[in-house]
Design a protein around this ligand. Structure first.
Ligand SMILES: Cc1cc2nc3c(=O)[nH]c(=O)nc-3n(C[C@H](O)[C@H](O)[C@H](O)COP(=O)(O)O)c2cc1C
Ligand code: SF4
Ligand code: SF4
Length: 284
């Protein structure tokens, strides 16, 4: 039986879940959605999983693009596990919609509340030492459900998200191409190039020992949180400020994005930078 779990991760929470579930269902392969979908199709897979964080109340854009281009067996047992911090929103419904276009259905859906990792907005929360053990337990429960090929309806967006989404979130997506202009590299950077290897969007190029951002950033926080020198800071760029000042949507949350040197950062304690760099792994 062929089993593939596709995952997308910035700070390791989703990769940790993929690894734990793959270890539990045995004989499975985990594949990062940073790979090209055409190189890792699931046409002959019997069990197919999708695991990813929630960005702006929905599925991260790179995940949507990956799934759109993926060929898969529509008769497989398909599961989704989303890794929100607080609001799951449309994260599972978006996958359901994309898979329906391929004639496939989700058999099992679950969300796991994790540490919130958007550290250019806030300190990691709730307190990781408190949340991570709970997250681990919840993943174990989901892993045993999946091993038993149980069925479960996907989590759906609540009333608040349905009412407010179109007023708040499209602005984030519109501004995304400008976001990486806000990164500030300090003098601690030793040009090791790790951030470039970690970036799931191939957004960082090292040119003559300096970082060049290519405007494909999804704000996954991998570079910020795994940099061994803590050399990457952030402040909302003037270009975004100007756009917000000139628009009717005055998004205070976006305006305040910054990463003061003393703010705590976060990555999943079980997932190292070396783990993130490996984008395909087999489990016996
Ligand atoms: C750009 C961005 C947007 C986010 N938006 C949401 C959100 O809308 N709802 C939520 O519950 N968590 C949100 N989060 C938190 C992440 O979904 C959460 O921390 C996740 O577990 C991170 O997974 P990872 O470690 O695999 O990258 C956001 C994080 C980032 C970086
Ligand atoms: S990981 Fe940090 S130290 Fe290494 S090149 Fe990137 S910013 Fe510089
Ligand atoms: S540049 Fe940094 S924050 Fe943006 S996608 Fe790449 S690793 Fe993530």
């Amino acid at each position: 039986m062929k089993k593939i779990i596709y995952y997308f991760t910035g700070t390791g929470n989703s990769m940790r879940a993929a690894e734990k579930i793959a270890g539990h269902i045995r004989d499975a392969e985990i594949i990062s959605m940073r790979n090209a979908p055409k190189d890792f199709p699931a046409i002959d897979a019997d069990i197919i999983g999708f695991i990813y964080p929630v960005y702006h109340w929905t599925m991260p854009l790179p995940v949507a693009k990956f799934v759109e281009a993926l060929s898969l067996n529509s008769n497989a047992y398909i599961f989704v596990v989303t890794m929100p911090s607080f609001i799951n929103g449309y994260a599972c419904e978006k996958l359901e919609e994309l898979l329906l276009e391929k004639g496939a259905k989700i058999a099992y859906g679950a969300k796991v509340h994790c540490v919130a990792n958007y550290v250019i907005n806030y300190s990691p929360r709730p307190y990781p030492k408190w949340v991570v053990p709970r997250t681990e337990k919840r993943i174990d429960k989901i892993a045993s459900d999946i091993a038993d090929m149980k069925t479960k309806d996907i989590p759906k967006a609540g009333a608040l998200v349905r009412k407010r989404y179109s007023k708040i979130m499209p602005k984030y997506h519109e501004l995304m191409p400008l976001y990486d202009q806000g990164f500030i590299i300090n003098e601690c950077c030793n040009s090791c190039g790790l951030c470039s290897k970690l970036c799931p969007c191939s957004n960082i190029e090292m040119i003559d020992g300096k970082l060049a951002f290519k405007h494909k950033c999804t704000h996954c926080m991998a570079c910020v949180c795994y940099c061994p020198k803590r050399a990457i800071g952030y402040k909302t760029p003037d270009s975004v400020m100007d756009l917000l000042d000139g628009s009717l949507i005055n998004n205070v949350f976006v305006k305040k994005m910054s990463l003061p040197p003393k703010r705590k950062i976060y990555h999943n304690p079980y997932v190292t930078a070396a783990d993130i760099v490996v984008t395909r792994k087999k489990f016996d």
